[in-house]
Design a binder for this molecule. Structure first.
Ligand code: FNR
Length: 340
């Protein structure tokens, strides 16, 4: 029986074999403190590829050292990062998965030594450093860093780039009025707050022809913050600017209480998909094949991003296939024993 979860998905010349995406998840395991992949990362990502995930998106990977959440984040700010990333890509692809990388800058949520940077000098909370308000020069430097990172991602052989515009990190801080109090062309109206992301997208697209995703937080969960209605407008602009898919998360812009339940963010992916007419990914407590199938078949999203369930079970796609009473092809090494 044909199942939407196991149907291919093509954007540009990249075809995913199914709709299951490993959601980007920081492992804080670059113990070298210089952004380089370690053995752990190879085991971690390749096992999900053997588990038949269609697209593996590497965790938030910093475009500058000051843009790291912690000093154990992965980095792509230096050409020297390319070699190991390229090796990882080759190994993941042996199992038929495609690869993506989430390009990130932590903004005011960075916990590294030295100054940290944000659109405005407003700290996340009383335990965090107060960031420096970015000058125009800082802004241009950071946009260039995203572009250089995209060039390196291409050299390393990634199929997809995802720009991290969610969870209260730098790009999200420009988008939200709660974190952006600028009076120049990068703050004020919705359109002006979009400008930084727009310029990042343009800079990336100058050097990257492949599929481009952006992850957003579609609700600030704050009375003066953004809601999904604002993100429908942002998504329309992103579509005009050449973004292919919006990966729809929510929250973490300011401290806020979030009611978390199965599929709690799916309605945002659905609203953006249907009102901005752009493809979306749904994420957040999606843990079963049936739940994923419901989302896809009802046209609520185009891809299913799975986070913690894939930490619990790297082979989750096999379980989802079984639940949906369908077959998936295992790696050749497993095939002989498959029907026992
Ligand atoms: C995350 N999440 C996350 N999101 C993101 O955009 N970039 C990241 O690097 C991380 N890092 C991260 C680390 C860990 C350990 C977890 C558990 C989560 C969020 C993640 O991608 C996903 O959106 C949420 O976990 C919700 O989906 P699940 O886990 O309910 O499927």
């Amino acid at each position: 029986m044909s199942r939407a979860l196991f149907s291919p998905f093509t954007i540009k010349d990249v075809t995913l074999k199914n709709r299951i995406v490993m959601s980007p998840m920081c492992m804080y395991s670059a113990m070298n403190r210089n952004g380089f992949l370690e053995d752990f990362h190879f085991t971690h990502y390749i096992s999900r590829a053997a588990g038949q995930v269609g697209l593996i998106i590497l965790e938030a990977t910093a475009v500058t050292p000051q843009g790291r959440i912690s000093d154990q984040d992965l980095g792509i700010w230096d050409d020297q990062h390319i070699e190991k990333l390229a090796k990882l890509n080759v190994q993941i692809k042996k199992y038929g998965a495609k690869t993506g990388i989430q390009l990130a800058h932590a903004g005011r949520k960075a916990t590294v030594d030295g100054d940290i940077y944000a659109p405005s000098a407003i700290p996340f909370d009383e335990n965090m450093k107060t960031p420096k308000e970015m000058t125009k020069e800082d802004i241009h430097f950071t946009i260039n860093a995203f572009q250089d990172a995209a060039k390196r991602a291409k050299k390393a052989g990634f199929d997809i780039i995802e720009i991290h515009g969610a969870h209260g990190y730098l790009i999200n801080e420009f988008l939200s009025p709660l974190t952006n109090a600028r009076k120049d062309e990068y703050g004020g109206s919705l359109e002006k707050r979009y400008r930084f992301l727009k310029e990042v997208i343009q800079a990336v697209k100058e050097v990257w022809e492949g599929p481009l995703y952006v992850r957003v937080s579609a609700n600030d969960y704050h009375p003066e913050g953004l809601t999904v209605t604002d993100y429908v407008q942002y998504a329309k602009w992103m579509k005009e600017d050449g973004v292919d898919l919006i990966d729809v998360s929510s929250g973490a812009v300011v401290p806020a209480k979030i009611d978390v339940y199965p599929g709690y963010q799916v309605r945002y992916a659905e609203t953006i998909r249907n009102l901005a007419n752009i493809q979306t990914g749904a994420v957040g407590m999606i843990t079963s094949g049936l739940q994923a199938e419901e989302i896809l078949k009802n046209n609520r999203a185009d891809l299913i991003f799975v986070g913690r369930e894939l930490l619990r079970n790297p082979y989750w796609p096999y379980a989802a296939a079984k639940e949906l009473n369908t077959e998936i092809t295992p790696p050749v090494q497993y095939e002989r024993g498959w029907n026992f």
